[in-house]
Design a binder for this molecule. Structure first.
Ligand code: COI
Length: 359
């Protein structure tokens, strides 16, 4: 199916005001955004319009009861200056998995992809060229029924905003093992990319910051024994040459960068395990000198080296970051795939093309 997206362009671009060398994450947005409304069982009013405020009723259901989901994805430039997406279909699928959990409507994959292509093609000059920078893309869907009362909304807005970003974590991160708060329990909404999961993380993160840590490391909700993920990322441990990441169990976000890493490791024949991993196993490996490296993964962060983990009274200081061979290799592989330096044998790279995308 092909969609008719109407276009209203900005009168003059804000791009000349932007310095790509000093862009903080998430504070600068490109000229245009995509907007669509869901009503009577269909997506309508498909538009690309100038980026700017939208008007909402104060009794909008999403504001009160949290029916709101999002994605985080990136576009980069190839070495010869062509705009590229990284695994856009997987993001289209994941937003619909989040939608299903939150009782929200599906966004047809071809609509999601067509809106992305048209928007990013239009604002492709906003993609920063330097390594480590990208155009961050934020698809968002939220309820728009106007009433009070906990119910499934019958109307929604789907939007896509984009903006140039530098690295999310410019330096290695320090993690505090959480022993009181939980991010998600099995059967909850931990696997969905829904706003409330991030709201729930704010107080624990603030407490960790007050102790000098960047993020918390979440443990399972039943026993506080098994690692789930860290603040805004999935997490990988290299123990005695083997890469281990917690298996997704319904409470952990199914990270697309996580999946990318697993596939790269398998393709390179590097031993990797997805399984239950207890914090005591990590502490024991540390004490035996076998905890070689720890890194977080996410679209925003890509790969974030971990320099320290605090678990109760035990402060685990990681080996020098220059020795974190797996994290460096993965980061380089993803960066080289995204810039077209490396041949994409995985079919992850999709050139941005404004042409109509059909299912
Ligand atoms: C992402 O990694 O894209 C996210 O959505 C996480 C958020 C903390 C920026």
């Amino acid at each position: 199916m092909s969609y008719n997206i109407t276009l209203k362009k900005v009168e003059s671009s804000r791009l000349p005001e932007v310095d790509f060398d000093t862009i903080p994450f998430g504070k600068t947005f490109s000229d245009h955004m995509f907007v669509a409304d869901y009503k009577d069982g269909a997506w309508t009013n498909l538009e690309i319009i100038p980026f700017g405020p939208i008007s909402l009723s104060p009794v909008n259901l999403a504001l009160h009861y949290g029916q709101s989901i999002f994605e985080g994805m990136k576009a980069t430039l190839s070495k010869d200056g062509k705009p590229l997406f990284f695994r856009p279909e997987m993001h289209a699928k994941r937003i619909n998995a989040s939608a299903a959990r939150m009782c929200m409507p599906d966004i047809p994959e071809d609509l999601f992809l067509e809106a992305l292509h048209q928007l990013v093609d239009l604002d492709q000059n906003w993609i920063p060229p330097s390594e480590g920078s990208a155009l961050y893309i934020r698809p968002l869907m939220f309820a728009t029924d106007e009433m009070l009362g906990v119910k499934v909304s019958s109307t929604y807005k789907f939007m896509i905003m984009t903006g140039p970003v530098g690295p999310y974590y410019p330096k290695p991160v320090k993690l505090l093992v959480e022993s009181h708060y939980v991010r998600a329990a099995k059967g909850g909404v931990g696997e969905a990319k829904t706003a409330g999961n991030y709201a729930a993380s704010l107080l624990p993160a603030r407490k960790a910051n007050e102790q000098g840590y960047d993020q918390v490391m979440w443990m399972d909700s039943a026993e506080f024994k098994y690692v789930q993920e860290v603040g805004t990322m999935n997490i990988f441990f290299v123990i005695d040459g083997k890469v281990i990441t917690p298996a997704t169990d319904g409470a952990i976000l199914k990270g697309i960068t996580r999946n990318t890493i697993l596939q790269i490791l398998k393709a390179k024949g590097i031993p990797v395990e997805e399984r239950l991993l207890s914090i005591d196993e990590i502490a024991a490996a540390y004490k035996e000198g076998k905890l070689d490296e720890v890194f977080g993964s996410g679209t925003a962060a890509v790969i974030a080296n971990v320099s320290e983990i605090k678990y109760g009274d035990l402060v685990m200081e990681m080996k020098p970051i220059e020795t974190h061979r797996i994290a460096h290799m993965i980061k380089k592989e993803i960066t080289d795939l995204r810039s077209g330096v490396l041949e994409d044998t995985y079919n992850w790279i999709v050139p941005v093309a404004a042409k109509t995308v059909t299912a």
